[in-house]
Unconditional design. Sequence first.
Length: 429
Amino acid sequence: MAGTSWVLISSGAVAYAVLQLLPIGLVLNVGSGTGFAMVFALLLASIVWNLGTWYLGLPSSSSHTLIGSIIGVGLMNQMMNPGNANAAVDWSQALSVGKALLFSPLIGFGLAFALLMLLKTFVKAPELYAEPHGDKPPPFWVRSLLILTCTGVSFAHGSNDGQKGMGLIMLILIGTVPSAYALNRAVTQDETQSFVSVAHHASETLQKYAQGAAPVASARSEIERYIQSREATPTTMAALVQLTDSIGAQVANRPTLADVPEHEVNNVRNNMYLSSEALRLMEKDKKPAFRAEDSAVLGNYHGLLDKSTKFIPPWVKVAVAIALGLGTMVGWRRIVRTVGERIGKQHLTYAQGASAEVVAMLTIGAADRFGLPVSTTHVLSSGVAGSMVANGSGLQWSTVRSMLMAWVLTLPVSIALAAGLFWLLRHLF
């Protein structure tokens, strides 16, 4: 239950970091037939692969599956729209996410190995290095340690893996009920007026870097070009000024974001989303090089844009928390047996379990802090393997090979599944 609790207070950063992999054109048109084809392709591909690996008892990664599905949809969308830069996957974001998925299991293995070696060197308590004996409980202090480390892993798991489901649900809600979920209706009247003031200040700040460039015919098209090319010009800054002024004017006429008319909601959201993405990339690339005081102004504006568009309603968090808890209660046995009994040649000892759990908790927590999606399953499994090697227990290579095969196949299979489903559903819708 700890993991479900942490879902309720998660920030949503991981959810939207995953969604940033999607082509910008699909995100902006999530309510269209193409948008629905995208959502259903992502859901079906993820469900098929995750259920298949669960049935076989293989610790597969839902993170890998979802990311592979997003890449598959993006690739097929690009093939169906040749020459359209906005139909392509954001490969720079994909590389950033890929690094997190690749290195986190290696970190889990190495740190769990090192932690167990440290425990064996400095903690001389034989009961800590014993295997469980039937239904006999471990000593109280060992049991307390395991409860603490298990709770930590559960919290970290809920904070990271739970957010991926939130992102998909928000895509569906934005597409089906944009009047209620495209903009954050929880923003108060005072916050709305503050947003208008900050937007005006941001526009003046951006104008300094436009270098007198003339307004463009389509500000949104110029910003979409920049997001794909990452090449900022004075024209880009002028376009961003235009979008900022437009957003400020649209919001200023309403007491709160909840009062934006239904026919304007998608336009306001898309303008905000594009502006937020442009500012995020400019901050990441340090181009243009904003002065410190200007960077602070734009950072404040960027944060308010994200608060208005990249939010998770409380009921969505509750729904995901319940689903995460029920799924764990129903399907835990196959995966737990593989992780606890089939990775090493000997049963997991208390110290090994605690080491793997501490490392998994810290690794996943750090990834969540930076908004990076990682696989709880892979980090914990690699931590168990690292502790087995450190303890001299040896590895069951048949299980390790099966896990590696599932790990290697997840991306290509989910890419192919999602691409095929998107092609089919795109024609149906």
